[in-house]
Design a protein around this ligand. Structure first.
Ligand code: WTA
Length: 655
C-alpha cells in the first residue's frame, strides 16, 4: 500500500469507531479471561489484596491488610520482607540462569545479566554502599544514564534499606541539588557522563555544580561510562570500579517493615517546588507485580521491553520492580528511537525477539511522522502485547500502533496511572477487555474510580468531569516527603474522602474512561509532567524578565508544548536574541525537557481585576481558538495587544 493508501485505511477505521475484542486465540492463553476477578475484588477488597499478597515472599507475616486513617494508609502492617530479595534471591533459589536483563547501549554494545549475576552485582554494590557509610534509612540520590548500574544501584539500596531518590539524567544541576536537599541524601551515585545520540551528557560536571550547595552529601560513587576527563574530589569521590568489584557477592538483605520507605521520586506540582512522592515496601511491590502480570499478560517465556527511562516512575515500576518481582526477562536500551537511525526500536525488537512493548504516545506519534517503512523493514512477528502510558493517546496514534507495530494481532493496553499511584490504575486486560482506540477502558480489579462534577457529585455515564480514586490501593503514595499538609491539600482536599488525580476524564455509555489531560497548572510534554509555575519562576529569574505566564499548547507530536508569554523590564523592545537566551535559561535552570518551544513577548499579560493571570485566555490565543469570556479582564485591550503581537510572530525556536 502507498502512504496515501495507508492514511485512507486509517481514516476508514476511525470513522467506523471500531471496537477490538480480544481474539479467541489470545483469550485462551490469557492470565485473565473472565470477569470474575472484578467481582471478587469488589465484594471483598481486603480479602482480594490478601490473596494477591501470597505472591510475595515474606520474612514475617503481616497482621492487618489495611489500616486506613484517611488520607493516611498502611498496608500489610507488621509484615517483614525485602524488595531485592523478592526481585532476585527467591528466583535464584530455583536456579538463577534465566536472563533478567538484556542491556543494549546506544552504540550497539551488549551486556546480559542472568538473575544470579544480577544478584551478585547488587550484593557487591550494597556492600560498597555500606563501606561508604550508608545505613538503613539513609537516603541515596541517584543521577545516572540508562546503564545496568542504575537498576543495580536501586536494588542495592533496597537491599540495605536505604531509600533511593532517582533524579532523571536530563535534569539540570539546580534541579538535582533541590531534590538532594529536600531528601537530605547522604550519598550520590552518578557516572562520568551518559550518551545521548552520540553526544556526552556531562553528569559528573552537573553533579559537581549541584554539590556546591548540598551539605548532606558525604560521598559520590561514580561509574565510568564515557571515559572522558572528569574532576575527582579526594575524600568525597569514589570510582565504582575501584570499590564495587572487590566486594563480596553476598549481602544479607535487611528485614524491612511493610511500611518502610522504598524510595522517593520527585514530581512537578502546581507550585515551583517539586513534591517528593513517598513509596513504601510491601504495598508498592505487590501493586506493581500484580498489575505487571495482569496488564501485560506476562508469561515466563516473554521478552518484555519498557522503553521508558528509569528516571521516571514508569521505569521504577515497570522496568525494575514489577518485572523483576515477576521473574521476567527484560530489555533495557540506553538511547533514543532515532539513533543511529529511525528503525532502532524495530531492530531491537527483531534482535531480542521482544514479545511485549511498552512505550508512550509521543514516541508513537513520532513513529507515525517518520512513516511505516521503518517498522516494515524489520520482523516484528514476536510481538504479542503493546502498551502505552504517559498521556492521552489519540485514536489515530492508537490505530497506527495497532496496525503497523502490532500487525493487527496484538492488543494495545492504554494504561493510566501516575507517580503518585505507583501502579497502573485504569487499563484494559488484554485477554478480556474489548478495546476502544483512545480509551484506557476500566479501573483494574481492586481499583475504584469515579468522575465528579465541580460540586463533587458523581457524573452519570456519558458525562465528563474530574477523575478521582475512591478506595485506597496498595501502591498508593504514602505522602509528600516532609510535608503531610501538602499531601492532604493536593490530593485529598478538592473532594472529600477521595483522591483527586488532577486529570479530567469522560465516561462513555459503556462506563469506559477517556482521559482528557490535566486540569491543574501542570503541563504534559512528551509524557513528562512540568509545572507551569516552575517554568515561570525560571523565566523571571532572568534579569530582563518582569513577568511570565506559561501554558501548555497543543502539539501534534509531544501532546503539549511549552508556550511562554513574557514581558520584559523597562520600556524597551526585546532584542530578537532574547527569546533564544530565555529558552536556554530555562533549560539550564530546570533541564532540557522544560525548554519552552515558543516565547512570545507581550507588553502586558491579561489579568483579572484581582491580579490573577488568565491562563485560559492565553491558551485560547496560543491554540488559535475563539476567545472565551473576557468580561473579568481588568484591561480588555491587553488581549488585542497580545493578538497583534501574535500576528507579528514574535515567537522563537524549534527544538
Ligand atoms: C498523564 C506517568 C492519559 C495523566 C505514569 C497523569 C495519562 C500523568 C496516561 C501522570 C494515559 C499518564 N492516558 N493520560 N494512559 N498515563 N497520563 O506522574 O495526566 O509522570 O496525571 O506518571 O500523566 O504522569 P506521571
Amino acid at each position: 500500500m502507498t502512504e496515501k493508501g495507508h492514511e485512507a485505511a486509517l481514516e476508514t477505521l476511525l470513522r467506523e469507531e471500531r471496537v477490538f475484542p480480544p481474539s479467541e486465540e489470545f483469550r485462551r492463553q490469557a492470565n485473565v479471561s473472565t470477569e470474575d476477578i472484578y467481582e471478587q475484588a469488589r465484594r471483598d477488597p481486603e480479602g482480594f489484596w490478601a490473596e494477591q499478597a501470597k505472591s510475595l515472599d515474606w520474612f514475617k507475616p503481616y497482621g492487618r491488610v489495611l489500616e486506613w486513617d484517611l488520607p493516611f494508609a498502611k498496608w500489610f502492617t507488621g509484615g517483614k520482607l525485602n524488595v531485592s530479595y523478592n526481585c532476585l534471591d527467591r528466583h535464584v533459589k530455583n536456579g538463577g540462569d534465566k536472563v533478567a536483563y538484556y542491556w543494549e547501549a546506544e552504540d550497539g554494545e551488549q551486556r546480559t545479566f542472568t538473575y544470579s549475576q544480577l544478584l551478585e552485582e547488587v550484593c557487591r554494590c550494597a556492600n560498597a554502599l555500606k563501606e561508604l557509610g550508608v545505613k538503613r534509612g539513609d537516603r541515596v540520590a541517584i543521577y545516572m544514564p540508562m546503564i545496568p548500574e542504575l537498576p543495580i544501584a536501586m536494588l542495592a539500596c533496597a537491599r540495605i534499606g536505604a531509600p533511593h531518590n532517582v533524579v532523571f539524567g536530563g535534569f539540570s544541576p539546580d534541579s538535582l541539588s533541590g531534590r538532594i536537599n529536600d531528601s537530605e541524601a547522604k550519598v550520590l551515585i552518578t557516572a562520568d557522563g551518559g550518551y545521548r545520540r552520540g553526544r556526552v551528557v556531562p553528569l559528573k560536571a552537573n553533579s559537581d555544580e549541584a554539590l556546591e550547595s548540598t551539605p548532606t552529601i558525604q560521598k559520590v560513587l561514580m561509574v565510568r561510562r564515557t571515559g572522558e576527563d572528569v574532576s575527582f574530589v579526594e575524600g568525597r569521590d569514589v570510582w565504582w570500579h575501584d570499590i564495587v568489584p572487590g566486594q563480596s557477592a553476598e549481602c544479607e538483605p535487611e528485614e524491612m517493615d511493610s511500611e518502610d520507605m522504598l524510595y522517593l521520586l520527585y514530581t512537578s506540582g502546581t507550585t515551583a517546588k517539586p513534591k517528593g512522592i513517598v513509596h513504601t515496601t510491601a504495598g508498592y511491590l505487590l501493586g506493581v507485580s500484580y498489575t505487571h502480570r495482569l496488564v501485560f499478560d506476562v508469561k515466563p517465556e516473554d521478552v518484555y521491553w519498557c522503553a521508558a527511562d528509569i528516571g521516571w516512575v514508569t521505569g521504577h515500576s515497570y522496568i525494575v520492580y514489577g518485572p523483576l518481582a515477576n521473574h521476567t526477562t527484560g530489555v533495557i536500551y540506553e538511547g533514543t528511537p532515532d539513533y543511529p537511525d529511525r528503525d532502532r526500536y524495530w531492530k531491537l525488537i527483531e534482535k531480542y525477539r521482544v514479545t511485549i512493548l511498552y512505550t508512550s504516545p509521543t514516541a508513537i506519534r513520532s513513529f507515525m511522522k517518520w512513516g511505516p517503512r521503518y517498522p516494515q523493514s524489520c520482523d516484528l512477528s514476536s510481538l504479542r502485547v503493546l502498551g502505552t502510558v504517559g498521556e492521552p493517546i489519540n485514536p489515530e496514534a492508537w490505530l497506527w500502533y495497532y496496525r503497523y507495530i502490532g500487525g493487527e494481532r496484538c492488543p494495545v493496553v492504554d494504561t493510566w496511572w501516575q507517580t503518585e499511584t505507583g501502579m497502573i490504575m485504569i487499563s484494559p486486560l488484554p485477554g478480556l477487555t474489548t478495546l476502544k482506540p483512545g480509551s484506557a477502558t476500566r479501573p483494574l480489579p481492586g481499583v475504584e474510580a469515579d468522575i465528579l462534577d465541580e460540586q463533587g457529585n458523581s457524573v452519570p455515564l456519558g458525562g465528563g468531569g474530574y477523575l478521582v480514586l475512591t478506595r485506597p490501593w496498595p501502591a498508593m503514595l504514602r505522602g509528600v516527603y516532609g510535608d503531610p499538609e501538602r499531601y492532604r491539600q493536593t490530593y485529598w482536599s478538592r473532594f472529600s474522602g477521595v483522591y483527586f488525580a488532577g486529570d479530567g476524564a469522560k465516561r462513555d455509555s459503556d462506563g469506559y474512561f477517556w482521559l482528557m489531560g490535566r486540569v491543574d497548572d501542570v503541563m504534559n510534554v512528551s509524557g513528562h509532567r512540568i509545572s507551569t509555575t516552575e517554568v515561570e519562576s525560571a523565566l523571571v529569574s532572568h534579569p530582563q524578565v518582569a513577568e511570565a505566564a506559561v501554558i501548555g499548547q497543543q502539539d501534534e507530536v509531544t501532546g503539549q508544548a511549552i508556550f511562554a508569554f513574557v514581558t520584559v523590564k523597562g520600556d524597551v523592545e526585546p532584542e530578537s536574541e532574547l527569546g533564544e537566551e530565555l529558552r536556554q535559561h530555562v533549560a539550564t535552570k530546570i533541564g532540557a525537557i522544560a525548554r519552552p518551544k515558543q516565547i512570545m513577548f507581550t507588553p502586558e499579560l491579561p489579568k483579572t481585576r484581582s491580579g490573577k493571570i488568565m491562563r485560559r485566555l492565553l491558551r485560547d490565543i496560543a491554540d488559535n481558538r475563539q476567545l472565551g469570556d473576557t468580561t473579568t479582564l481588568a484591561d480588555a485591550s491587553v488581549v488585542e495587544t497580545i493578538k497583534e503581537a501574535t500576528s507579528r510572530a514574535a515567537v522563537t525556536g524549534e527544538e
